[in-house]
Design a protein around this ligand. Structure first.
Ligand SMILES: Nc1nc2c(c(=O)[nH]1)N[C@H]1C(S)=C(S)[C@@H](COP(=O)(O)OP(=O)(O)OC[C@H]3O[C@@H](n4cnc5c(N)ncnc54)[C@H](O)[C@@H]3O)O[C@H]1N2
Ligand code: MOO
Length: 418
């Protein structure tokens, strides 16, 4: 990874776009290597794939029937059928009969190689299905039901360009042309650590002063949904040595680390305290609400990128969406890095702080009249119930303080593949 290039502690808020640009300039795509096809599902190709063979790789029959010479059966009708001797049978996977002599027919199955000299296939339905000889009651056109060599793919064709994200149909085609492996960028291993002495694991008793650790699940699930391999490390208490130890233990298996909590101004903000010693870590305010307090840098011998996200659940999630998701996609070589925006009509007016991009949780719905979006819940960054109801973020620009109902806004659809 490159050295992060951030301004020294600056008085104002760093604009969202500047912060993201600096993050992406620090992150490098992971080295590519050949992977078996089934491991490559959802990964970006790191090579151009050229067809090593043609498909079909030989002329073959599209029907179960008889291979014939078209001229021999040109006059065949229901009332005046043509009768030909059947000189053999070819199944799929058999090339026992290499050539057909005029005046005869060969039984042939779907997918079987068409013998040289045959110019059409007569389907069973046009015949009496004879074994020693066959009665043909309809004339095929030249080439009928023959799938010619190279009809689909020609050897040397460009099949898939570098950067293509491989889906089931791509993998099917790669296998069909004989590729067992493809060079792809692997899934980054993302370690998620949540900090806070008030946190408890779901399924354990809750004290009157404790809360369940929702964030490590939220962030690890978001990392997995983004294509990463997510390791959810349990809770680390607000103690500097505990955090430092947990981090150094985890670095061996991490391509990227995400922490939650401990980055604002509190007396127990251990993440900031522990990592501030690192020359490459930047902590500061970003012009976004929720998600103002942020930290990013690289740590350890391998310069592993670390994102320290704010602890409020909605802030953590919005920060992940805005900064970590693009970093994971860059590591995977998946373009675009940033989730695209689309337009929707606002059903209710909303207000927004001046000088910060506001990420409002929204619920969109599309019908023939267009896409409409309603803000969900309030501004509070603790409102995880509302976050779970939302299916998009409404992005309000930093210089906009109010938007009236009926106006068009930019939304990011959270559950859509891109
Ligand atoms: N004096 C100031 N106080 C705060 C400021 C500020 O500028 N000056 N910024 C506020 C903003 S904005 C945010 S966001 C939070 C960020 O705080 P931290 O990152 O230090 O997070 P914590 O204090 O540890 O926790 C905040 C909040 O979130 C809850 N939390 C934490 N971790 C989890 C988790 N894993 N699962 C569920 N909930 C979690 C935690 O209990 C707190 O309620 O700081 C503001 N304060
Ligand atoms: O910016 Mo904090 O992230 O509002 O809640």
């Amino acid at each position: 990874m490159a050295e992060p290039d951030f301004p020294p502690a600056q008085p104002g808020l760093l604009p969202v776009g500047d912060y993201l640009d600096r993050i992406l300039a620090t992150i490098s795509p992971l080295p590519a290597f050949p992977q078996p096809l089934m491991e490559a599902l959802g990964l970006a190709l790191a090579e151009d794939v050229v067809a090593p063979i043609s498909l079909p790789s030989f002329d073959n029959s599209a029907m179960d029937g008889y291979a014939v010479v078209t001229e021999d059966v040109a006059g065949a009708t229901e009332d005046d059928p043509v009768v030909l001797p059947v000189v053999g049978e070819i199944g799929a996977g058999q090339s026992s009969i290499l050539a057909l002599s005029p005046g005869s027919a060969v039984k042939i199955m779907t997918g079987a190689p068409v013998p040289a000299g045959a110019t059409a296939i007569v389907p069973y339905e046009w015949t009496d299905r004879g074994v020693a000889q066959v009665r043909i009651a309809q004339a095929p056109s030249a080439g009928q039901h023959i799938r010619p060599l190279g009809d689909d793919i020609a050897e040397g064709d460009m099949l898939l360009e570098e950067g293509t994200v491989l889906g089931p149909r791509h993998l099917g085609m790669l296998a069909a042309v004989g590729r067992a492996t493809v060079r792809t960028r692997p899934r980054p291993r993302v370690v998620v650590i949540s900090t806070g002495s008030e946190l408890r694991d779901p399924g354990t008793p809750l004290g009157h002063d404790s809360i369940y650790d929702g964030n490590s699940y939220l962030l690890a699930a978001a990392a997995r949904a983004a294509g990463a391999i997510a390791y959810r490390v349990g809770i680390v208490p607000d103690e500097t040595h505990a955090f430092t130890e947990a981090l150094s233990d985890q670095l061996v298996r991490a391509d990227l680390v995400v922490t939650s909590g401990g980055v604002s101004e509190g007396d127990f903000d251990v993440v900031k305290e522990s990592l501030s010693q690192h020359g490459t870590m930047w902590f500061g305010g970003v012009g976004m609400q929720p998600g103002k307090p942020q930290g990013f840098g690289t740590v350890g011998d391998d310069a592993t990128p670390v994102f320290t996200l704010p602890g409020n659940p909605v802030s953590s999630y919005v920060s992940f969406e805005t900064f970590v998701l693009p970093a994971i996609r860059r590591m995977m070589g998946k373009l675009p890095y940033v989730r695209p925006t689309s337009r929707a009509r606002l059903t209710h007016g909303l207000s927004s702080p001046d000088g910060k991009v506001q990420m409002v949780r929204g619920l969109y719905d599309s019908d023939r009249g267009g896409t409409f979006v309603s803000p969900v819940g309030g501004h509070g960054s603790h409102l995880i119930g509302d976050l779970a109801t939302a299916n998009c973020l409404i992005e309000v620009p930093a210089d906009t303080t109010a938007i009236a109902a009926g106006e068009m806004v930019a939304i990011r659809k959270l559950d859509e593949e891109f």
